[in-house]
Ligand binder design. Structure first.
Ligand SMILES: Nc1nc2c(ncn2[C@@H]2O[C@H](COP(=O)(O)OP(=O)(O)OP(=O)(O)O)[C@@H](O)[C@H]2O)c(=O)[nH]1
Ligand SMILES: [Mg+2]
Ligand SMILES: [Zn+2]
Length: 325
């Protein structure tokens, strides 16, 4: 029998099986457990094969995994291994805020790079737009749009922008990632009033999220009619507009996996066409050389300086010189 992983930890996974039953499953044999090289062998969104337990209805054993369409991974610093956050995605929804917690464009830059690397279409979702935008935030959001990224401005509090988000999510599998406290779980709860994910306040002292969601989980939303223009229950023959989403725990640090410092510029869409064109060719460090096309583009404003700073910091980190924010 086949199924889809909706969550799990410590090698026990919850699986929605094709017979409609949700089963808790351990892994049969060592092969599946050890083969991935990841911190966790399976993640929400994974398609698996399993044997149902004959004695208990809601248990089973995983026997295999179907080939993945894509994998969204980050480097787990504590575990010293890559960690699979979600698999088989249509969209990576990268959630950020203009404030509370403070706008962190480098977090978004990192997630965009990892998504592009994994061939998953990223979407930037700026939540809490009821709080207003500082000019720097506006500039960065507009720059991502100019680079071809889809940017949505929404508010889980006022409902602003959620119809556009609902239309995007419809019929797809998307994962929400972002720092703790940006409102990932809140947005899902508002889109589907029957969804009861736990949400948490920001810490008073630091204004950061408090890591309310502790495990990734896939859920199926039936989107509130308020956001679907009354199409719910329409001619498609099912009750309500559906979307599958994976809520993930907020991470403080998003460290890239499997991208080398030398290749990083290829994942900055505005730098990629210039790579190789400098006077020193591929050996240019883009830091001080004469005839550097990337520096010229920064000086003339074609590359936003703050994106260049992002690139430098991430490159330092990938080169093994420690983590910089
Ligand atoms: N002003 C405002 N506050 C919001 C909005 N959306 C969420 N919040 C608040 O932000 C806080 C954090 O929301 P969560 O949904 O728990 O954030 P999260 O991203 O799921 O956080 P983790 O699970 O810790 O990763 C809560 O106090 C929410 O009420 C919004 O659009 N505007
Ligand atoms: Mg959450
Ligand atoms: Zn150069």
């Amino acid at each position: 029998m086949k199924g889809i992983v909706t969550g799990g930890s410590n090698n026990i996974f919850t699986v929605e099986c094709e017979d409609g039953i949700v089963r808790r499953c351990g892994i049969k044999g060592k092969k599946l457990k050890d083969s991935s090289g990841y911190y966790n062998p399976l993640a929400p969104g994974d398609e698996v094969t399993l044997e149902a337990d004959e004695l208990s209805d809601d248990c089973g054993k995983l026997t295999g995994i179907l080939p993945r369409k894509n994998e969204f991974v980050r480097w787990n610093v504590k575990g010293r291994r890559p960690q699979l956050l979600a698999a088989n995605l249509d969209y990576l929804i990268c959630v950020t805020t203009p404030e509370s917690p403070p706008f962190r464009p480098r977090f978004v830059d990192r997630a965009l790079i990892q998504a592009d690397y994994a061939h998953i279409e990223p979407v930037i979702l700026c939540n809490k737009c009821d709080l207003g935008f500082a000019p720097e935030t506006d500039v960065r959001l507009a720059e991502w749009e100019r680079l071809g990224y889809r940017v949505l401005r929404v508010s889980a509090k006022t409902g602003e922008g959620l119809s556009r988000l609902a239309a995007l999510l419809e019929g797809k599998l998307s994962a929400f990632v972002g720092q703790s406290g940006v409102g990932k779980s809140s947005i899902l709860n508002v889109l589907d009033p029957n969804c009861v994910l736990r949400t948490g306040n920001l810490s008073e002292k630091y204004g950061r999220g408090t890591h309310t969601t502790t495990r990734g989980a896939l859920c199926h939303l039936t989107i509130d009619e308020a956001f679907t223009g009354g199409r719910a229950g329409g001619d498609l023959g099912y009750a309500g507009v559906r979307a599958s989403v994976i809520d993930t725990p907020g991470v403080r640090r998003f460290v890239l996996h499997d991208i080398s410092a030398a290749d990083l510029a290829l994942y900055f869409r505005e730098m990629e066409p210039l790579v190789g064109g400098c006077s020193f060719g591929m050996s240019c460090s883009h830091e001080q050389e004469a005839g550097c096309k990337i520096l010229e583009a920064v000086y003339s404003g074609v590359i936003l300086e703050d994106r260049y700073v992002s690139w430098m910091r991430i490159r330092e980190e990938l080169a093994g010189n420690g983590w910089a924010d």
